[in-house]
Design a protein around this ligand. Structure first.
Ligand SMILES: NC(=O)c1ccc[n+]([C@@H]2O[C@H](COP(=O)([O-])OP(=O)(O)OC[C@H]3O[C@@H](n4cnc5c(N)ncnc54)[C@H](OP(=O)(O)O)[C@@H]3O)[C@@H](O)[C@H]2O)c1
Length: 230
């Protein structure tokens, strides 16, 4: 049976690669983008305009897709601005915006699409988090304690704990909830010097998603299969 995924932030970077690879494996993909101008045609992909912080638009899309079974809801959209994030020059409005996109919107997406996912065969909700949101990573690697990451790191830590906080409700509906770390990937956000290519990171994550079962519920897992301590 054809499986269906909904991916946010799918017009570039990891989201686009997820749309391509899932469609290439025969999934039907609802790909969401803030702007539809310039999105590429991919067989098996339906594009939807969606800014994930426009909660009325999120509700409208959920209504438009009512009755569709969504096997995988993939919260991928995210931002990682480095400006205004160091002590002495913190941009608090930008910080609020980052928290809204990276931490609050994924929960809104889950809330809006929970019925679609619960009605599906696979029943998977996955959010792309980051190891940078783990205190353990900062302790271990020791980089950036005072670096320009206060917005991003706090938003991913908030995403992790927010999703863990609703895991119980998702489990009651038979939904498996995952947090995924893609590695350091060469996208606009990851930068040109990153160690992984989007195609390789996403291939590993798609394999992990296709193998996922209820025993992985609530776990924070990296592209290489290891559990991320946080
Ligand atoms: N690359 C890495 O090394 C890395 C590592 C760990 C985690 N991640 C996570 O992976 C995810 C994808 O990042 P990426 O590396 O692919 O970054 P990217 O190339 O910068 O892509 C980010 C995507 O998110 C979309 N987006 C941003 N704000 C949005 C909003 N309000 N509504 C809808 N879409 C929005 C962007 O759309 P626009 O084109 O409209 O801006 C774009 O499609 C993010 O959650 C990121 O935190 C990345």
């Amino acid at each position: 049976m054809t499986q269906t995924a909904l991916v946010t932030g799918a017009n570039r970077g990891l989201g686009l690669e997820f749309a391509r690879q899932l469609a290439g494996k025969g999934w039907r993909v609802h790909a969401c983008a803030r702007y539809l101008s310039g999105v590429e045609y991919i067989a098996g992909v339906d594009w939807h305009q969606l800014d994930v912080t426009d909660f009325s638009a999120v509700d409208r899309l959920a209504e438009e897709l009512r009755g569709e079974k969504i096997d995988l809801l993939l919260n991928n959209a995210g931002v990682g601005p480095r400006e205004g994030a160091a002590l002495g020059s913190i941009d608090y409005d930008l910080w609020r915006r980052v928290l809204e996109i990276n931490a609050i919107a994924p929960v809104k997406m889950i809330e809006a699409f929970v019925e679609h996912v619960a009605a599906s065969q696979r029943k998977l909700v996955a959010s792309i988090s980051s190891e940078l949101g783990a205190g353990e990573f900062i302790d271990r690697v020791g980089v950036g304690r005072s670096g320009p990451w206060v917005h991003y790191r706090s938003s991913k830590a908030a995403l992790n704990i927010a999703q863990r906080s609703i895991d119980g409700d998702l489990a009651k509906r038979g939904i498996t909830s995952l947090l995924l770390h893609p590695g350091w990937v060469s996208t606009d956000l990851g930068g040109a010097h990153a160690s992984l290519k989007p195609a390789d990171s996403v291939a590993a994550l798609v394999a992990l998603i296709e193998d996922a079962d209820a025993s992985m519920h609530g776990k924070f897992i990296a592209h290489d299969g290891r559990q991320v301590p946080w």
